[in-house]
Design a protein around this ligand. Structure first.
Ligand SMILES: [Zn+2]
Length: 286
């Protein structure tokens, strides 16, 4: 992670180098996408150029959209339309695009996202931490939008924590009766709804799909006792992760990480926390 602010040209060039070097590596386990952060942070002609490059060169796109109300105000003032409409008109919407947040989206914007099969990363923890708002998850699910979870700035980096908070917040936002069933949220967490770039064959155990499996030991004291509702064991317990299998390769066995040593993990954590502290957002909150 490089925290120095670079020019548009430098960043685009760097993205291209990164793409050539890493995209599709290890039997497509690594996907490099173009990441124009958000519409407020680039000039309209730069955004348009990125969209054109993505189309011509078959790039995936990852952006943050309508995270705060300021994004909507900006789009209306600068473009005379709402953020998702800006993306639609620039050709950004589609199956190869992943939009984070989508907190302040109208019904019509949700329709555009649904119709184009654009992917949404729901980030409830980041949205709560930064006081951005609560995304209209039920409205998106009702229209069959491809929604999964993103962690954004969640310091826990825990998808199950995202899933729990999404359920609490959604029930709170929409009121009784609860609209979001635990099984539905578990499906979201395991990739059953989203077809995110690079992990399309994910979320089901069946022939032709990637063998991605996480086994949880619910028999430990932290495990949830209602075994009948197996999703409860996943969503509400702090049970230990026993096994992690990615594309058939065992990465964690008996709770032990096999592919990287403790010392390397500590080293990576130190490097990462130093980099994170340099980010403007963390500097502000000191
Ligand atoms: Zn974000």
């Amino acid at each position: 992670m490089d925290t120095q602010i670079k020019t548009y040209e430098e960043t685009l060039k760097e993205n291209m180098v990164l793409f050539k070097k890493w995209n599709g590596v290890d039997d497509n386990r690594i996907t490099v996408s173009l990441g124009p952060c958000g519409i407020r942070f680039l000039k309209p002609d730069q955004l348009q150029e990125i969209s054109t490059i993505a189309k011509e060169q078959n790039f995936y796109i990852h952006m943050h959209i309508s995270e705060v109300q300021e994004d909507v105000k900006y789009a209306k003032k600068k473009f005379g339309k709402r953020p998702v409409e800006v993306l639609r008109d620039m050709g950004f919407l589609g199956e190869k695009t992943l939009l984070a947040h989508a907190v302040w989206v109208s019904e019509r914007e949700i329709d555009y996202v649904a119709k184009t099969l654009t992917n949404i990363a729901h980030c409830p923890i980041s949205n709560t931490l930064l006081l951005s708002g609560i995304a209209p998850l039920i409205n998106m699910l009702r229209k069959n939008v491809r929604v999964g979870f993103g962690i954004d700035i969640n310091p826990e980096w825990d998808v199950l924590a995202e899933a729990r908070l999404a359920m609490y917040l959604t029930n709170n936002l929409y009121g009784t009766p609860p609209r979001l069933q635990p099984f539905e949220i578990l499906k979201m967490a395991t990739g059953g709804l989203a077809k995110f770039p690079g992990i399309e064959k994910h979320g089901l155990i069946k022939p032709g799909y990637d063998a991605n499996i996480v086994a949880i030991n619910a028999k430990t004291p932290e495990g949830w006792p209602y075994r009948k509702a197996y999703y409860s064991a996943v969503l509400f317990s702090r049970a230990n992760i026993e096994t992690v299998i990615v594309r058939g390769e065992v990465l964690v066995d008996g709770g032990e990480v096999l592919t990287i040593g403790d010392r390397d993990i500590e080293k990576a954590k130190r490097v990462l926390s130093k980099k994170l502290e340099e980010l403007p957002i963390f500097k502000q909150s000191k």
